[in-house]
Design a protein around this ligand. Structure first.
Ligand SMILES: Nc1ncnc2c1ncn2[C@@H]1O[C@H](COP(=O)(O)OP(=O)(O)OP(=O)(O)O)[C@@H](O)[C@H]1O
Length: 354
């Protein structure tokens, strides 16, 4: 599937702006972004429940903007299951096959197989109301898979489940994707779910696509301040490019210090940037490159302590200190020294939306 220059307007409101996105065969792609960023709108355009205001959508090289949903060969799973309550589980699963005129004998066989695939063997005779939330969601998944679609779209399918069940279902979904090799497009606003499940993640912000990359690249090489702070935590320090040499930039922070950092994109001398440095990369330490800092806030998170400091020449910084690595020796108002490894800093273009 390919989106080229896709926009979707509702009156004067732009829900999607100029989206270019290619979904590769067999991949698990997640659409990630805050509420209202355009994820569901994109999914609706893929499914054929809505059409773009401008731009083209292709499937295997053929334009499909006008093709109705039932002709797209796409399975859909929503957060609220959307099972038929008056039908049994087996009848729910048989439904997409009946409308495709599959023979009775084959339907029976495929329903059994699909039930076993989602670990619900023997439950075909129950009504949806006799199943737990997780089981209902598995039936919804089985119903999307059973007609062997080219693509499965999943809109926050695990959103209604509690944390343990959600993690369990994530593992099952990942396993199912590997086993079946079907292309899956998954919508979530939960960044850890996106990182855990996906081959690639498309990050949306205010109707625009900020970055599409593998989870590791999004975390380690974000291209915009929004991605840098939406995926994991980040310190973002305001500054300006003072000099450029090779792939490195000398950034003069607003607070005065010059840091030599890697850069994202192609900034010019004088451009405004935000320097990203992850809280886990800033450490308490000595040495001539360490900065004097004063502790202003400490939060206990179990495995780590999050420590906020006011740092001379840098500004406010957050550190994450693993429990047992001296975190308990730091107290409020302590004067400490912190090390900022320049090799792990990244200067990002100062786009709005950060
Ligand atoms: N039919 C509509 N008419 C007007 N505005 C709409 C319509 N559908 C969606 N929108 C707006 O478009 C924007 C994007 O909505 P969308 O549902 O794609 O967001 P989302 O990223 O899926 O958010 P969420 O995580 O909350 O579901 C929102 O601001 C929403 O209010």
């Amino acid at each position: 599937m390919r989106f080229s220059g896709v926009s979707k307007h509702y009156g004067a409101f732009r829900a999607l702006c100029d989206i270019d996105l290619e979904i590769q065969r067999g991949e698990f792609l997640t659409l990630l972004g805050p509420s209202g960023s355009g994820k569901t709108t994109s999914l609706m355009l893929l499914a054929g429940f809505d059409s773009p205001t401008t731009g083209t959508i292709e499937m295997d090289g053929t334009r499909i903007e006008g093709l109705p949903a039932h002709k797209r060969d796409i399975g859909v799973v929503f957060q609220n299951y959307a099972l038929f309550p008056h039908l049994t589980v087996a009848e729910n699963l048989a439904f997409p096959l009946t409308v495709r005129r599959v023979s009775k004998a084959e339907i029976g066989e495929r329903v059994e197989k699909a039930l076993s695939l989602v670990h619900l063997d023997g439950m075909g005779g129950r009504k949806p109301s006799q199943l737990s939330g997780g089981q209902q969601q598995r039936v919804a998944l089985a119903r999307a898979i059973i007609f062997k679609p080219r693509l499965i779209l999943l809109d926050e399918p695990l959103g209604a489940l509690d944390k343990n069940l959600r993690e369990h279902m994530q593992a099952e979904l990942k396993h199912l994707h590997r086993q079946l090799g079907i292309t899956m497009v998954f919508v979530t606003h939960d960044q850890s779910e996106a990182l855990n499940l996906s081959d690639r993640v498309a990050v949306f912000n205010k109707g625009r696509l900020e970055q599409v990359d593998a989870p590791e690249l999004l975390y380690e090489r974000p291209c915009t301040p929004f991605v840098a702070s939406f995926i994991g935590e980040n310190n973002l320090l305001d500054g300006r490019v003072e000099a450029l040499t090779g792939g490195l930039a000398a950034i003069r922070l607003e607070a005065g210090t010059v840091l030599n950092t890697k850069v994202a994109g192609r900034p010019a001398v004088g451009d405004r940037v935000k320097v990203g440095i992850r809280p886990e990369h800033v450490t308490v330490g000595q040495g001539k490159s360490a900065f004097a800092a004063r502790v202003v806030e400490i939060s206990y998170l179990g495995d780590t302590r999050r420590v906020a400091v006011e740092c001379g020449g840098i500004g406010r910084l957050t550190l994450k200190i693993p429990t047992g690595a001296g975190a308990d020796r730091v107290g409020i108002a302590d004067e400490i020294r912190v090390v900022i490894p320049e090799a792990l800093c990244r200067a990002l273009p100062d786009t709005d939306g950060a």
